[in-house]
Ligand binder design. Structure first.
Ligand code: F6P
Ligand code: MN
Length: 317
């Protein structure tokens, strides 16, 4: 624990991530795993701040061009996870194969992650993030409701880490010593949105989504979209009054975002804050993945708005 001077000039104690996890009664293996990911993020944030933005010359599963930073972030995390001693299997959005670290060791965790989401925003200096989904045991092809923890790290003007282990959502900020200390505990969302973040091309929206957007506009809900999933979800979670969606499109029935790496962890966090996450017809966390790179439409945020989106889709499609 480290003392700092608070706004009122009084000594205020900062609670660090490890201590907070311990006091919340988490399993030592899970604490170690989350803290290892937090450690890895220090190297990622340094690479983002100072790194070479050149193209690495490889492409990922989806044919997207990988920036050197994607590859680097992937390696930093993979190495850290593999050496953690508490991980069975790993799958990353940047690769198409599962890494068997210690598949048969009991008591371990398996991890699906997106090492640097929104990497196309790095060269225009917008915020990006790392997204992580954690399961107990060695199986990664489970519905999202089986996650034991989920977190993201947002590399914005400040670096923050937001996690849940199923006991609420808590935000930590990286301080000047590159340690994560508690900013907010038990973040809660309200029932109705005042901002919306819509992904995808509107001209390709299907009738249900289109009607939903018109309704939001008619209600005076403000557009707030950065194009990065982590900052966009973070905005909605921290303001507590918003909805993010990346819907099914007329030329892409599953939308764009990936269930394992992006949607399940975000859905777990949003639900834990009192919000909802749906594919338009079904709860995201109930979806059973068929393959690592499954995609799904995504409507996520204040629960009344998610329910309204579902109602429009049911009526119109
Ligand atoms: O990983 C995909 C991603 O970059 C997300 O961060 C973001 O939400 C989405 O794509 C943005 O896509 P679009 O530019 O089509 O709205
Ligand atoms: Mn991504």
């Amino acid at each position: 624990m480290e003392a700092s001077v608070g706004e009122a000039g009084k000594t205020k104690f900062q609670i660090d991530l490890r201590r907070y996890l311990r006091e919340d009664g988490e399993d030592e293996g899970l604490i170690h795993l989350i803290c290892e990911i937090a450690e890895a993020s220090k190297y990622i944030v340094n690479s983002i701040r100072t790194g070479d933005l050149g193209v690495a010359g490889t492409s990922n599963l989806y044919g997207e061009q990988q920036l050197a930073l994607d590859v680097l972030s992937d390696r930093i995390l993979r190495k850290r996870l593999a050496k953690s001693g508490v991980v069975s299997n790993i799958v990353s959005e940047e690769t198409n194969d599962i890494i068997f670290v210690a598949p048969h060791r009991t008591g371990n965790y398996s991890v699906a992650y997106d090492p640097l989401d929104g990497s196309s925003l790095v060269d225009v200096n917008l915020a990006v993030g790392t997204i992580v989904s954690i399961y107990k045991g060695s199986d990664l092809m489970l519905p999202g409701k089986k996650q034991v923890a989920a977190l993201y790290i947002l590399y914005g003007p400040r670096t923050t880490l937001v996690y849940t282990t199923g006991k609420g959502v808590h935000e930590f900020g990286m301080n000047q010593l590159m340690e994560y200390t508690l900013l907010r505990r038990n973040i809660r969302m309200e029932s109705k949105a005042s901002i919306y973040a819509p992904g995808g091309l509107r001209s390709l929206y299907t009738p249900g989504t289109d009607k939903f957007v018109r309704q939001l506009e008619a209600d005076g809900v403000k557009l707030r979209y950065s194009g990065g999933l982590v900052p966009d979800i973070n905005q909605i979670l921290m303001k507590g009054k918003g909805i993010f969606f990346y819907p099914h499109l007329r030329n892409a029935s599953e939308g764009k975002l990936r269930l394992l790496f992006e949607l399940n962890p975000m859905a777990f966090l949003i639900e834990q804050a009192g919000g909802a996450a749906s594919n338009g017809r079904q709860r995201i966390l109930d979806m059973v993945p068929q393959k690592f790179d499954d995609r799904s439409p995504f409507f996520c945020g204040c629960h009344e708005d998610v329910e309204r989106a579902e109602a429009f889709i049911r009526e119109e499609e």
